[in-house]
Design a protein around this ligand. Structure first.
Ligand SMILES: *[C@@H]1O[C@H](CO)[C@@H](O)[C@H](O)[C@H]1NC(C)=O
Length: 425
């Protein structure tokens, strides 16, 4: 149980609990889940590639919304991913696939038979396009094929007359294959015909045992753009705080809480990312002293696919120093990977930690859940869940750990992002 106190949080420790739960239902052998340091190292690769891609320009369209589709979302930890996953159906008849949902990329793809290059081990059977009556290859030199350039950062290829996509995320992470369309089933009543996606025959990297990824970013090929006539470029999600918790991903204007605070999206950082403006930080109820130019120089984005929030170096140092001061009564633990402020709570059953809040544009203050303040590697290694960028001009990234339990609303048509409290547990 977590008790909120004035300007501090009582944080109940679950001893023996590791970050990754046991593997679940799968007929295939599942490799051991990656360690916390592997997940954190993967996260660092992603952040490097985000900063190298943040150099494009933006377009924006407004659409009306009508319908909605809500899908349960859960932590990817059972499949060895530091991200969040939903189960959708692809093909006709549909085959269920567990896909990471990612607001920091555009293209949706899944591993496909035959795996001519290589496919990594996934929990679901690999999608076989020849078993779907609705599957079709996309031809080269068509408008959809040409849009791959901005959606992936790579020009499309052409094999025979079939459009070939290639996308890479971090150091070793990529998917290459046929660009295709097929029926996507979000829920029993919500079916998207002719959904464009990548049928990946050569895939490698940091996706755990998920079947691939759903791209929720801003570019034309993202699921948000492809379904704009139906869902009006509005979606929302809640990322649960526990690996067993139940969150959701909802397309359309449905289930939005009245307590949502909206902030405008910031100036675009390329065609993909969702920009936001961070004005400041609070620790233990007090504004941390950070020059406003620290955030405005770097710019910021929100990303469901980055695990740990990255702050400009000066902002991180100010946050960390204040946090350390307020936590000075606890014994320190060993740092791990990008996390340098860790505590040894092995002798405690509850601890009191300072609250952390973000101040966004329009002076909207958003409180972070306790699960978004500490990253529990183990009771003896529980760390402040923030990290600094190495360069002051790198983008700040509001990552998924800090978004836990919030209802996060992307109203892309209206150009605004919303945060509501207690969206899920
Ligand atoms: C898609 O294109 C590839 C390469 O040209 C081909 O091998 C495959 O049979 C095609 N699939 C369909 C359904 O047309």
């Amino acid at each position: 149980m977590i008790i909120f106190l004035i300007n501090e949080i009582s944080f109940a420790l679950k001893k023996k609990k590791k970050i990754h739960g046991a593997c679940h239902k799968s007929t295939q052998t599942i490799k051991e889940s990656p360690s916390a340091s592997q997940i954190l190292a993967q996260d660092e690769s992603r952040v490097r590639s985000i900063n190298s891609r943040a150099a494009f320009d933006a377009t924006k369209d407004a659409f009306r919304s009508s319908k909605a589709a809500s899908i349960p979302a859960k932590s990817g930890s059972s499949l060895g991913a530091g991200n969040y996953i939903v189960t959708v159906g692809l093909g006709s008849p549909k085959k269920e696939l567990n896909l990471i949902f990612d607001t920091g990329s555009d293209l949706t793809w899944t591993q496909c038979e035959p795996c001519v290059g290589s496919c990594y081990n996934q929990a679901d059977p690999i999608f076989n396009p020849s078993l779907s009556t609705a599957y079709a290859n996309v031809s080269c030199h068509t408008p959809y094929c040409n849009q791959l350039s901005s959606a992936t950062g790579n020009s499309p290829g052409c094999r025979g007359s079939t459009c070939i996509y290639a996308i890479q995320y971090g150091d070793q992470s990529f998917s290459i294959g046929y660009f295709a369309k097929d029926t996507l089933t979000l829920s029993p009543t919500e079916v998207i015909n002719n959904f464009y996606f990548g049928c990946g025959e050569n895939n490698q990297g940091l996706f755990g045992q998920t079947a691939g990824l759903i791209g929720l970013a801003r570019d034309k090929l993202s699921i948000v753009s492809q379904t704009s006539a139906k869902y009006g470029q509005v979606f929302s999600y809640c990322l649960p705080s526990r690996s067993s918790g139940a969150g959701y991903l909802t397309f359309g204007k449905s289930g939005l809480s009245k307590a949502i605070q909206y902030i405008p999206f910031g100036n675009s950082k390329g065609t993909t990312f969702y920009s936001i403006d961070i004005l400041g930080l609070y620790v233990g109820g007090r504004r941390v002293s950070i020059s406003p130019t620290v955030f405005s120089t770097a710019g910021s984005i929100i990303d469901s696919g980055t695990v740990i929030t990255r702050l400009p170096p000066a902002a991180y140092t100010a946050l960390r120093d204040t946090f350390r001061k307020l936590m000075s009564s606890y014994p320190v633990g060993k740092p791990i990977s990008i996390l340098d402020t860790c505590y040894d709570f092995s002798k405690y059953t509850t601890v009191k930690i300072p609250t952390i809040s973000f101040l966004f544009s329009g002076n909207k203050k958003v409180n972070i859940d306790s699960s978004g303040i500490l990253y529990v590697v183990s009771a003896s290694q529980t760390c402040l869940a923030f990290a600094p960028n190495s360069d002051p001009s790198d983008l700040a990234i509001f990552g998924n750990v800090q978004q836990k339990t919030l209802q996060v609303v992307y109203d892309v048509g209206a150009g605004k992002l919303g945060f509501g409290p207690q969206g899920c547990a």
